[in-house]
Write a protein that binds this ligand. Structure first.
Ligand code: DAH
Length: 352
């Protein structure tokens, strides 16, 4: 704002403008800055007129000085009146918009959820559908149909958590339990669908284990199942390799180690090349260069028979991987319990 030349009109106009600006001030701070622009020692309206007085030719000094003084007194008088009537300048209840805002703390996903979401995303991109199933299961879906007969050790009370209240299904009365693996959903899905099938089943499973560094009585798994005509072990390996390279490192490799599961033939343990040392051997992989990820194999014909599929026509592969296991490897966390204690100092380290 350039200050007009001193005159009776400009005095009146500036006083009126000062009053308008003062009336518009929302806060004490606003009002003070209006005052300073008119009355401040330096660069204010009044100060600039005082400077004009000093530099004016002798014959004009008197007039200019008079206007400058009039302006100064009028503005001061209004400022006094204003500050006495409104000691804190802001109308009652007004919000001080000049205060810095309060930033609300934003939450974020739990690291296990981040890993689960990422797993789903990778497999969905490969054409798998995400399905979920019941955690309270019956033993037929969890064991019998998966070729684990009644005398199988996993069915022992020592290993499996049985439910006191049986869930009664229309077709049968079966002992109920908390599923020990997501493999039970293979059966439910095969029963309700026809090939081609490509699903992943993330979810919680339960075992009679004590909580320690590497075990938990409840943990997450992600099951995979693909069934169709001509589905081969090479497809299984290719799928898991693509997964490993997206989840861990583009240079990750996988290795199958012969193993045994009643519901697959052949069966294998999935080993991942240690993504920290790239196979050279380090503390993370206990100097072996490889880290165990989970189990897999080709669907056993007995499983197809249990769900009424033609085992001559269809083949399939399946795998089961622990979600905590992936999180532990991905984030290099050594103690599984950290994921369950919900200590924000831990959880906040994975805000992605
Ligand atoms: N159910 C196994 C477990 O809980 C993991 C597993 C192994 C799942 C082989 C599979 C499979 O589908 O084919 O340890």
């Amino acid at each position: 704002m350039s200050t007009p030349q001193p005159s009776p009109e400009s005095v009146a106009a500036l006083v009126a403008q000062f009053e308008t600006e003062l009336a518009q001030a929302r806060t004490a701070r606003d009002a003070q800055s209006v005052r300073d622009r008119y009355l401040g020692r330096k660069n204010s309206v009044v100060a600039s007129w005082m400077q004009l007085v000093a530099s004016a030719p002798v014959d004009e000094k008197k007039n200019i000085g008079r206007y400058a003084n009039e302006l100064k007194q009028a503005v001061e008088a209004r400022w006094t009146r204003y500050s006495e009537s409104a000691p804190d300048a802001a109308p009652a209840g007004a919000v001080d918009v000049t205060l810095p805002g309060r930033v609300p703390a934003l939450g974020h996903r739990h690291p296990l959820t981040v890993v689960r979401d990422r797993l789903e995303e990778i497999f969905v991109r490969m054409g798998f559908t995400v399905v979920e199933g019941p955690e309270a299961e019956d033993e037929w879906h969890c064991f019998d149909a998966l070729n684990m007969p009644a005398d199988h050790p996993a069915r022992d009370m020592q290993d499996t958590l049985y439910l006191a209240t049986p869930i009664t299904y229309s077709d049968n009365d079966r002992r109920t339990l908390l599923r020990t693996h997501t493999s039970s959903m293979q059966i439910r899905h095969l029963q309700a669908h026809q090939p081609p099938i490509r699903i992943v089943v993330p979810g919680r499973v339960y075992r009679r284990d004590d909580l320690d560094l590497t075990h938990s009585p409840a943990f997450g798994q992600i099951e995979g199942l693909a069934v169709g005509e001509g589905v081969s072990l090479a497809d299984l390996k290719g799928t898991l390799l693509a997964f490993a390279q997206q989840m861990f490192s583009p240079t990750s490799r996988i290795r199958f180690r012969p193993s045994f599961f009643p519901y697959t033939e052949p069966s294998a343990e999935i080993d991942l090349s240690c993504w920290q040392c790239d196979g050279a051997g380090c503390a993370m992989c206990k100097k072996t260069g490889w880290i165990e990820l989970g189990g897999c194999g080709m669907v056993h014909p007995a499983v197809f028979e249990a769900v009424g599929y033609d085992a001559e026509r269809y083949t399939g592969f399946a795998w089961g991987i622990g979600i905590e296991r992936v999180a532990i490897l991905r984030y290099q966390v050594e103690d599984i319990r950290l994921f369950y204690e919900n200590d924000l100092r831990f959880l906040e380290q994975f805000p992605y």
